[in-house]
Design a protein. Structure first.
Length: 449
């Protein structure tokens, strides 16, 4: 078999990536199509499959290395083959790995102790593990990993939470600051909960209320340094480029969502799941088709008019934000948008998005109403020319005028929208008209069906 130099997948729309995990060791057999290594790009963590079969003779870049996609990272060939000419040195031929002896089954399933890692040491973990840890307030650096080469996976986080002793928040913070392993501490609180005076150096005779006071124990506090992930570096670059390149300004408008709420309920009664974000994406897609300038982008001194409408939806994931794109949002209809959106959100949170899923957007919708925000201003996602920030839907007193010209105060479900746009190609009047169209579609959602 000819020697094969392994490189990151060339089809990826990125310049470099960080190798987070090798799933095979030097000397082990590799089968084409089998997962070989994991790489973190500027958007997500992906698993790369072997494109040929053979023996992994040499790993040129270990875990943690940032590698351009044009650079070789490993060599595949026959066992014992000399690859020194390829690696530029005196690499010894790798021998086939001897089959590992089966380890005897443990007598008991004792919970693994928390991992002691050096300050700032990188923790390799799967996207689902990071999300699970973030949702439950777990420090993932303390979770032992059972995946390849110590990779922390979701089941490790679940096991850690199941075996973690109950502890008061103050006791947990003090234990963390003092480096106390709580697995060996017996709690005196209800159901064995660990309190401050249960910690080494605490005084069981002291009154619990006094011992739980923040002033009870002196804590040393400092700072720590953590390198940005590939995703965070990409967000930093893109946002700075957006602010430096675009003539960004914004317009705001408030929308009565009463009719949109009724439409969503009608779909729900039919067994079809539609979110408010889906309705807003559909309204934006219709308005973008009506006003091509908002769907356009700048390239040098030219304006690119797109004959397709691809709406990105911002999704928060552990460590950053990604924007999967709903393609052809102007023609797939509301139910099509809902189905595609649900699929993309699930893939995003599982770390299974492909490049095609988050490239090619012409406009973005960013909704933060679920975090109780009334309204906010979003930064344009280059090379797009506009982004819509969506606040929460809240019951608000509104003044309305009846047919007789009389004013009255009524309660309506209102939502604030803020359009950030590139003033280089979108004028203020056009931006205002676009928001009017979105408002009209949302207040008359029969037009969206």
């Amino acid at each position: 078999m000819a020697t094969i130099v392994i490189m990151p997948k060339q089809g990826l729309m990125m310049e470099e990536g960080t190798i987070t995990s090798w799933l095979k060791k030097e000397g082990e057999a590799v089968t084409a199509g089998e997962p070989l290594f994991e790489m973190e790009t500027d958007k997500l963590t992906i698993t790369m499959d072997a494109e040929a079969s053979g023996t992994l003779l040499k790993i040129l870049h270990p875990e943690g290395d940032v590698v351009p996609i044009t650079q070789p990272i490993a060599v595949l060939g026959e066992p014992g083959e000399d690859v020194s000419a390829l690696v530029g040195g005196d690499a010894a031929p790798a021998q086939a790995a001897a089959p590992a002896e089966a380890a005897p089954a443990p007598a008991s399933e004792a919970p693994a102790p928390a991992v002691e890692r050096a300050p700032g040491e990188r923790v390799f973990s799967s996207p689902r593990a990071r999300l699970r840890a973030e949702e439950n307030g777990v420090n993932i650096a303390a979770v032992p990993g059972s995946g390849p080469d110590g990779l922390v996976i979701e089941r490790d986080v679940n096991a850690y939470m199941a075996n973690k002793p109950a502890v008061t928040p103050l006791a947990a913070n003090i234990a963390k600051a003092q480096g106390v392993d709580l697995s060996g501490v017996t709690g005196s609180g209800s159901n064995g909960k660990i309190k401050v005076f249960d910690l080494p150096g605490g005084s069981p005779a002291a009154a619990p209320a006094a011992q739980e006071s923040p002033a009870a124990v002196q804590q040393s506090r400092g700072t720590r340094t953590e390198k940005m992930s590939g995703m965070r570096k990409a967000i930093s670059r893109n946002m700075l480029a957006s602010k430096e390149t675009n003539a960004q300004t914004n317009h705001r408008i408030k929308v009565d969502m009463t009719a949109a709420i009724a439409l969503r309920k009608q779909y729900k009664d039919l067994g079809i799941k539609i979110s408010y974000n889906d309705i807003i994406v559909r309204a934006c897609a219709k308005a973008l088709a009506d006003m091509p300038i908002v769907n356009a982008s700048v390239e040098g001194d030219s304006i690119l008019y797109h004959d397709y409408v691809n709406v990105g939806t911002a999704v928060s994931v552990p460590g950053g934000l990604i924007v999967p794109v709903i393609k052809d949002a102007d023609i797939i209809g509301l139910s099509g948008i809902a189905a595609r959106s649900a699929e993309l959100i699930e893939k995003a949170r599982d770390g299974k998005l492909t490049d095609a899923d988050y490239h090619g957007g012409t406009f973005t919708v960013s909704s933060l109403g679920m975090f109780d925000l009334d309204d906010f201003v979003a930064i344009i996602n280059p090379p797009e020319s506009a982004i819509l920030a969506v606040g929460k839907i809240a019951k608000t007193p509104v003044v309305v005028t009846n047919e007789e010209g009389e004013d009255a105060i009524v309660i309506k479900s209102m939502c604030a929208l803020c359009l950030s746009y590139d003033h280089r190609i979108i004028d203020g009047a056009e931006a205002a008209k676009f928001l009017q169209k979105v408002k009209n579609y949302l207040q008359n959602p029969i037009l969206l069906i």
